[in-house]
Design a protein around this ligand. Structure first.
Ligand code: SF4
Length: 414
């Protein structure tokens, strides 16, 4: 049986693409092995969002090429302009992200047992949760971001297509993802709330979660739909809290707009969890801008924050901005923000102790006799039990902190 491995860099959208690639290869009779093991086809799903991501992408491609088998490079680094593609061995095959469904043709049909694609069995083994990409590209052109240049204009799958994929996936939880997920359906005068209503009415028993969303086009009607089937969790990207930085980033909103959305979310969705992405060291970011950001983070109950130091991407307008922040200053700001983010994460954990939440059991823990689970409000949990629990949705009481996780017990009688 031919084998494949996948290594994924970057965001949830890339992870969703890797899921799709894995399904296609599994359906064609391939067997998946861990990345780094000998495999007939090694896929590297690259990211170019920062210089560091670009460097790591190229490094992973070179590492895969040293194993001597077929290497397929996809993701943003495989797009026409920029990215890791320019620096990878000439033997690697380039699979632009919008052509990922053609991976079998790309690698040659000889690996396909029947010579054709088999009926798709979308569920990758042991996956309680599946990621599904429903939107592609972005029209926002934030000044620091290379993505619109490499992923093209915003476009989205139809709701019928999404439903069909959800039903084929067979997962307990489906995470809907996209490059600019809030822009889903815009070209057809539909929005995310329309899509969620449609899905919830036609896919009984499946729990949904939204991946990262941008505030500008996010429809507030989604809050009305958040209950036990649409997780009360929003990864609402902020990037910065200083209006002058937001303006130069071309984010399309000011802090007051973002905060109004946050306050409404927290007021209308009980037990909600709010997570975000923040960038430090954007060109021209002053000490005062940075303190504004720290101040907003202090007074907002973020459960988790991803901190990104600004990275100069050739081809973006911010790369030509004056006042690039020295790397040493950027590191100091990043470290301060990371420390604060950690305090916020712990505070949210503590706030949830004693509560009963619905958890999805996902995989075995490194701790024997325990399973990893995720609460509806995105807290990582540990539950006593074995693999028979995988894929179950259980009501659990959150008891005590265990590092990054919370020990939880299944509610009696459930
Ligand atoms: S919204 Fe901005 S940061 Fe996000 S993909 Fe589009 S251009 Fe990039």
């Amino acid at each position: 049986m031919p084998t494949f491995s996948i290594h994924t860099l970057g965001c949830r959208a890339n992870q969703a693409d890797s899921e799709q690639l894995a399904q296609i290869l599994l359906s064609a009779g391939f067997e998946e092995v861990a990345f780094g093991q000998p495999a007939d086809c090694q896929v590297i799903n690259t990211c170019t969002v920062t210089r560091e991501a670009d460097r790591k992408s190229a490094q992973m491609v070179r590492r895969a090429a040293r194993l001597g088998e077929q290497v397929v490079v996809t993701g943003c680094g495989a797009a026409q302009k920029g990215g890791a593609w320019q620096r990878v061995p000439s033997t690697a095959l380039r699979l632009p992200p919008d052509q990922r469904e053609q991976i079998l043709e790309k690698i040659g049909a000889q690996h396909c047992p029947s010579g054709e694609r088999l009926e798709r069995n979308w569920l990758r083994r042991d996956r309680a949760r599946a990621l599904l990409r429903i939107q592609e590209g972005c029209d926002q052109f934030c000044t620091f971001c290379i993505v619109p240049y490499v992923r093209g204009r915003a476009r989205s799958q139809t709701r019928e297509w999404v439903l069909e994929q959800v039903l084929q996936l067979g997962a307990q939880e489906v995470v809907l993802s996209g490059i600019h997920l809030s822009a889903w359906g815009r070209e057809r005068d539909e929005d995310l709330a329309d899509l969620l209503e449609f899905l919830l009415a036609r896919s009984e028993g499946i729990r949904y979660r939204l991946s990262s969303v941008e505030p500008d086009l996010f429809p507030r009607r989604v809050f009305e739909l958040m209950d036990e089937r649409l997780c009360p969790h929003l990864h609402l990207v902020l990037q910065h809290a200083s209006d002058s930085v937001l303006q130069r980033m071309h984010r399309g909103y000011q802090l007051a707009d973002y905060d109004a959305l946050v306050q409404e979310f927290l007021a209308r969705v009980p037990g909600a969890s709010l997570t975000t992405d923040l960038m430090v060291g954007f060109p021209g970011e002053t000490d005062q801008d940075f303190e504004t950001l720290m101040d907003y983070v202090r007074r907002t109950p973020f459960a988790r924050i991803h901190v990104f130091p600004y990275s100069q991407r050739p081809g973006t307008s911010a790369a030509r901005f004056p006042d690039q922040v020295p790397e040493a200053v950027c590191q100091i700001r990043r470290d301060r923000l990371l420390k604060l983010a950690e305090r916020k994460r712990v505070a949210f954990q503590r706030q949830n102790l004693g509560q009963v939440r619905e958890a999805l059991v996902e995989s075995e823990s490194e701790r024997p006799g325990w399973m990893k689970a995720t609460s509806d409000n995105f807290l990582p949990l540990l539950l006593r039990g074995g693999p028979a629990l995988r894929g179950k949705r259980l009501l659990c009481r959150l008891q005590r902190r265990w590092g990054e996780q919370i020990i939880a017990v299944v509610e009696e009688g459930f």
